[in-house]
Design a protein around this ligand. Structure first.
Ligand code: HEC
Length: 140
């Protein structure tokens, strides 16, 4: 009974490929979603928003909802379990080579102080939380 086994492998393989395709398409479709909840920000997050609007919003969009040149940060893949606060510091200091999205590389933002970056993180985390994006352990 070799043939049915092989057939099963092909069918299951096909389903996995199609499934992955749908997942990726969905991800990109949600990339420019502007329908997010804006919470009342803490003072530090409000300060972070000022720095964010100057240094990050041109690509990551108003309120972190993404643009044609950068992904939304109010997105499940940026939950603290997958991209911890350190990843924001590394992104601002060193830039980010393209790896999750088709937007190209992120250039470093050397104009920001550590205090500003940590306020930006607070701002993004408060937006994420208001939209149900919370810590999820990253498994890979
Ligand atoms: C010129 C456009 C641009 C600007 C400005 C920009 N980013 Fe990005 N950023 C990107 C792109 C594109 C990616 C996605 C790279 C990928 O995963 O393919 C990204 C990814 C990230 C990531 C994920 C890092 C990782 O480890 O995957 C974080 C965090 C981030 N940006 C934060 C910021 C912050 C904070 C600012 C402002 C200080 C900022 N970005 C400004 C384009 C930009």
């Amino acid at each position: 009974m070799k043939l049915p086994n092989r057939l099963l492998q092909v069918v299951v393989g096909g389903i996995v490929v199609i499934g992955t395709g749908i997942y990726v398409t969905n991800d990109l479709a949600s990339a420019a979603s502007e329908n997010i909840k804006i919470p009342k920000l803490s003072p530090v997050a409000g300060w972070g928003k000022v720095a964010y609007d100057k240094s990050c919003a041109s690509c990551h969009g108003k309120n972190g909802t993404g643009t044609k040149t950068g992904p939304p940060l109010i997105h499940n893949i940026y939950n603290p379990g997958h991209h911890d606060d350190g990843s924001f510091f590394r992104a601002a200091k060193n830039g980010v080579p393209q790896h999750h999205w088709p937007f190209g590389d992120m250039p470093p933002r050397p104009e920001l102080t550590n205090g500003q970056i940590s306020a930006i993180v607070k701002y993004i985390r408060e937006l994420q939380q208001a939209n149900g994006i919370v810590y999820k352990k990253h498994v890979m």
